[in-house]
Design a protein around this ligand. Structure first.
Ligand SMILES: *Cc1c(COP(=O)(O)O)cnc(C)c1O
Length: 407
């Protein structure tokens, strides 16, 4: 009981910030601003040295051989699917508990999408359910070509199991680590791509580090890196060994249909500056996580589970209301929002989106993801969130839960 008293005292002395507290936001330092300004004053706003430097720095940090920086993780996921040869004849499986981009990348290639329900503890794509679904798919000759595990909230999926299944059933793997830069799995950085073909990070402002908009694809396969790079640049090559003729230095050739998915120098300069703080950012998120764990431990809600084979980057702090009060979620959400706390729901199961329902999915298809969805709320968690703000969030939440008879 002493911890409750201690926190009650702290709560009284805490300066309550009544400004809007988002669920996530960027943390921008003077150094970040200086890095962007310096780039603005340089010769290159795009296609200069910063992008390559950022790519190299991320690749070195996480231990992958190749990195391709692009304008978003969505673009990186699309390029990853293309590089693995995904076409309209193919099948791609992912988690229903994710942002729609994890599934849309396969649709861009015309592939059909299916989902594997989540683990009720980690909320990640469940490796056991994947094994069951693969066994059935084999019987009907409908095995997936690519599986996209999503490291939800920054906690790695069971990559050893998923990788083993990929060997057994012959599918390729794209890790959607949009939440996961800086996370560890089995002691190594997520992104090293040892257990996948390609791993993708997002640098959207709510994610772990930001480049405003931006994404990166990591791989250890030179051909995949080359394919992604070419397709991010209109399908153009300037490599002498690939040109059909070499009339002069102006010359380039388009060999395939690509896109303009380039990251700008400003984005890369910001990303590079942010990368230097990655481990600090993760450490701060872990401190905030520990404080929530302490403040929330007597409430009848489910706190985020941390598996011991990994260190999450803690992109999100999703709590679950008890099964007995599943219909209280909207009231609790609204109470937090009216107290200026920017709670959010991560995620509406992708298969319930009208676009995916039109493709044949329906409520009830992935019951664990749906049950999770009905009960979840993400509490604010970001670099710069103060203990006082956390006490405030917990006080408002405790009151809102009590109003709904959850105490
Ligand atoms: C944010 C996010 C994306 C897309 O990232 P962008 O950089 O905004 O394109 C993809 N997958 C997941 C799981 C995400 O959270």
């Amino acid at each position: 009981m002493t911890h409750i008293k201690k926190h009650a005292e702290l709560m009284n002395t805490a300066v309550i910030n009544t400004d809007f507290i988002p669920y996530g936001r960027q943390s921008i330092s003077k150094e970040d601003i200086a890095a962007v300004v310096k780039t603005l004053q340089s010769d290159f706003l795009t296609q200069g040295p910063c992008v390559a430097e950022f790519e190299q720095a991320v690749a070195n940090k996480v231990g992958a051989q190749y990195a391709v920086a692009v304008n978003s993780a969505t673009s990186a996921l699309h390029l990853a699917c293309l590089a693995l040869g995904v076409t309209a004849d193919d099948r791609v499986w992912t988690s229903p508990n994710t942002f729609i981009a994890s599934a849309n990348c396969a649709r861009y290639c015309g592939a059909s999408v299916d989902f594997v329900d989540i683990d009720p503890h980690t909320y990640n794509l469940c490796a056991n359910k994947l094994a069951d679904k693969l066994a059935l798919a084999k019987l009907s000759n409908t095995l997936p070509n690519v599986v996209i595990p999503v490291h939800f909230a920054g906690q790695s999926c069971d990559m050893l199991a998923i990788h083993q299944l990929s060997q057994e059933y012959g599918f390729r793997i794209i890790e959607d680590a949009s939440h996961g830069i800086g996370a560890l799995y089995q002691g190594d950085y997520v992104g090293n791509s040892h257990l996948s073909d390609i791993c993708v990070f997002s640098f959207h402002p709510v994610k772990i580090i930001t480049s405003a908009e931006g994404g990166m694809a990591l791989t250890n396969h030179e051909q995949l890196a080359k394919h992604m790079r070419t397709h991010a640049h209109q399908g153009i090559t300037k490599s002498p060994d690939e040109l059909t003729q070499t009339p002069g230095d102006w010359y380039y050739e388009q060999h395939t249909l690509g896109f303009n998915y380039r990251m700008t120098e400003l984005q890369a300069a910001l990303g590079l500056s942010q990368l230097a703080k990655l481990d600090d950012f993760i450490a701060q998120r872990h401190q905030q996580f520990a404080l929530y764990a302490e403040l929330l431990r007597d409430l009848p809600i489910t706190l985020p589970y941390q598996s011991n084979d990994s260190r999450s980057s803690l992109h999100l702090y999703p709590i679950l209301l008890p099964q007995s009060h599943i219909s209280a979620r909207k009231a609790v959400f609204d109470a937090l929002r009216s107290a200026n706390i920017g709670t959010q729901v991560h995620y509406i199961p992708v298969h319930t989106q009208p676009y995916f329902q039109a493709l044949g999915f329906t409520w009830g298809d992935f019951p664990v993801a749906e049950d999770y969805y009905h009960r979840t709320l993400s509490l604010p968690l970001f670099v710069g969130l103060t203990p006082a703000q956390q006490y405030h969030v917990v006080a408002v939440l405790t009151h809102a839960l009590a109003e709904q008879g959850i105490k």
